[in-house]
Design a protein around this ligand. Sequence first.
Ligand code: ADP
Ligand code: MG
Length: 270
Amino acid sequence: MIRVEDVRHVYKTADERVALDGVSCTIDDGEFVAIIGVNGSGKSTLAKHFNALLLPTSGKIFVDGLDTAAAENLWHVRKNIGMVFQNPDSEIVAAIVEDDVAFGPENLGIAPEMIRQRVDLALDAVNMSGYKNFAPSKLSGGQKQRIAIAGVIAMRPKVIVFDEPTAMLDPQGRREILQMVKRLHAQGLTIIYITHFMEEAAQAQRVLVMDGGRIVRDDTPREIFTDTNEMRRLGFDVPIAVEMSDRLRKRGFKLPKKILTATELAEALQ
Ligand code: ADP
Ligand code: MG
């Protein structure tokens, strides 16, 4: 679905900041990939390359086989890759929920009667059907983010890139969004999910770790998060179950290696 070939990105600021420094990876159709990395490691810059909001300074990105740098591919690339950002307030454009969700498909030139249907299905998919005529300003952060996601779903992309979608939400809002993301993945969408919550990343199929504009690890969450020394070296917290297993082992508990989730730890202890 996405192929990144040796991409460098240098922001044209006075200090010529190198944000991506030779990134290569492929993401297959239907995958759920999390991207983690400390602030400034290049996650958002990479995300913006997936739908051609940014173009590589050198190297190439292909979406569904199409070079993102070719102007004639832009429409297809943007249609296939939906983006959800951190702040739902900056993504909501209309004063009524259903108009907001309709905005994307309208821009794609979809016929009005089809748009109505798409909006209904998209609101249904995010459990927000009851809020069609609400003003977005009356909604909670989590609900607003779900409306923003509905707007993306209504454009029927193949991939949705989430850039820290839960960073501004409370725990309840975070759970809602993650459930939504997992459901979309189960329905066949390709998911790229940037987060600084390790518990969220642990639920992906695959985790890319960025550091200094490079991908430094590409593995399953289990391999990545149970490598606690490496995690700490890179500046991450480790998931609670991993941390707790570590401490229990130090106190003489004989636990299996590579425990990742609370359920696994509970079962091992039992
Ligand atoms: P992350 O999302 O992992 O925090 P970013 O991709 O936002 O990282 O940033 C990577 C690097 O690029 C950082 O050093 C950041 O300061 C720089 N950067 C990001 N956006 C811009 C910009 N618009 N102009 C100049 N430098 C930028
Ligand atoms: Mg970022």
